[in-house]
Design a protein around this ligand. Structure first.
Ligand code: 6PG
Length: 484
């Protein structure tokens, strides 16, 4: 291909559903000409045949692909995260030049992105890890995009990404999140919150169904109703759709014929693993990840299925009141999940030296992504009002929402416990709330225990310094000079 054929301003590598939808989205926007490449050319041919209107510039080799792009060359990799990404990067580095931009649009682990960015930067080429949320439909019609990478790369990439992103209240759902792995880090947290939100909704459904005997179709109506209020969100909306669905074979609610073992591709677990490293208690998110793990242990579940449950039957006297309690418990637990997710963003930003604007992140999550929700505006407002907010759930709006919900939340957790219905995300979120607001925690006793068996020392509430009690001797306290 000659230089005058270098007419595409953006390229996409990897033409599975997400890649081809993103390429079609790019092609549909004014001013974009899109180069496409796939490892097997048949897939490229198929896309070309299906979508002539996109006027894709197709290549069968990386050399041709590079030649079809105007400079600085910009290509978005849309392959399954992992080794495949490294293989494509290696090929692109061979045919790209300094100043060009390689974007990884997959769900990469942010530490891989940090590593890749460092390696690619050595060649003078820019590497941008960009989280893209919204599934297949979002990729086609407008996703929420979380790019990291250099400011230089953002200058070229920003306008292109803005052209394809979802729009919420007139603003494109994309922002330069921070350098190197910041974008994929924030996408990981997005997914952690997604796990929590999904688990909370599932617990709400389970409690209502088992407490009131309502059918999935009736519960679908309840969710549809909730979606008109403060819980308005994509996940609530699609839950109503899922619950309405009837299985064509059996005429049963589809939810009753789906095997109750939840899958996971790993981003939720990464959120929790990273939180453990950072020392951030994302307990609601962790319980959501573990709930999926528990569901996927059929042998253990079968072995435990005859363990005793509560001896008294559980009845709900006032179904409407109970449903309203569950709604409030869901709202309060959801606030906790977001608050924990934002805590992890703050800790990650500090650890990796990223300047992440929390309010901006909430803004770009308002449209396109899986956790899009009405109340993200409130999060932006909270961080705008107080950029140094130490815990999201203490912002005035959330404080008052929690105040209104907390009694109902407690009633729901008590009911679930009495009834023997698992509610790990509801109850751990409530424990987190109570833990955070406690005057004194039994952590003091833990410190005493640590000092007893390991001379790990403790601090006192009334004096400066570090102390150790001589437990095996005369039990006097000494001021410790070294810490263990
Ligand atoms: C998104 C989704 C997307 C994907 C998840 C599903 O933001 O568009 O989060 O990234 O659907 O990876 O994850 P699990 O398979 O782990 O549920």
């Amino acid at each position: 291909m000659s230089a005058d054929q270098a007419k595409a301003n953006i390229g996409v590598v990897g033409l599975a559903v997400m890649g081809s939808n993103l390429a079609r989205n790019l092609a549909s926007r004014e001013g974009n000409t899109v180069a496409v490449y796939n490892r097997t050319y048949e897939k490229t041919e198929h896309l070309l045949a299906e979508h002539p209107e996109a006027e894709f510039v197709a290549s069968s080799t990386y050399e041709e692909f590079a030649a079809s792009l105007s400079t600085p060359r910009t290509a978005i990799i849309m392959v399954k995260a992992g080794r495949g990404t490294d293989a494509v990067i290696d090929e692109l580095v061979k045919v790209f030049e300094p100043g060009d931009i390689i974007v990884d649009g997959g769900n990469a682990l942010f530490t891989d992105t940090i590593r890749r960015e460092r390696a690619v930067r050595e060649t003078g080429i820019n590497f941008v890890g960009a989280g893209i949320s919204g599934g297949e439909e979002g990729a086609l019609l407008g996703p929420s995009i979380m790019p990291g990478g250099s400011a230089e790369a953002w200058e070229t990439l920003g306008p292109i990404l803005k052209s394809i992103a979802a729009v919420a209240e007139g603003e494109p759902c994309v922002t330069h999140v921070g350098t190197d792995g910041a974008g994929h880090f924030v996408k990981m947290i997005h997914n952690g919150i997604e796990y929590a939100d999904m688990q909370l909704i599932a617990e709400a459904y389970d409690l209502i169904r088992r407490g009131t005997g309502k059918t999935p179709a009736e519960i679908a109506e309840i969710f549809a109703e909730w979606n008109r209020g403060e819980l308005e969100s994509y996940l609530i909306e699609i839950t109503a759709e899922v619950l309405k669905q009837v299985d064509a074979d059996t005429q049963k609610p589809l939810v009753d014929v789906i095997l109750d073992q939840a899958g996971a591709k790993g981003t939720g677990a990464w959120t929790v693993q990273t939180a453990l490293d950072l020392g951030i208690p994302v307990s609601g998110i962790a319980e959501a990840v573990f709930a999926r793990s528990l569901s996927s242990k059929p042998a253990q579940r079968a072995a435990a299925s005859d363990l005793p449950g509560p001896s008294e039957a559980w009845t709900v006297d006032d179904a409407d009141a109970f449903i309203e309690d569950v709604r409030l418990a869901l709202y309060a637990s959801k606030i906790v999940a977001y608050s924990q997710g934002f805590d992890e963003i703050v800790a990650g930003a500090e650890q990796y030296d990223w300047d992440i604007k929390k309010g901006e992140i909430a803004k770009i999550w308002r449209g396109g992504c899986i956790i899009r929700a009405q109340f993200l505006n409130r999060i932006t407002e909270a961080y705008d009002e107080d950029p140094g907010l130490v815990a999201l759930l203490t912002a005035p709006f959330f404080r008052s929402a929690l105040e209104q919900a907390q009694e109902a939340w407690r009633r729901v957790v008590i009911a679930a416990t009495r009834a023997g219905i698992p509610s790990p995300a509801f109850s751990s979120s409530l424990s987190y709330y109570d833990g955070l607001r406690a005057d004194r925690l039994p952590a003091a006793l833990v410190q005493g225990q640590r000092d007893f068996f390991g001379a790990h020392t403790y601090k006192r509430i009334d004096k400066e310094g570090t102390f150790h009690t001589q437990w095996s001797g005369d039990r006097t306290e000494i001021e410790a000079t070294d810490t263990h």
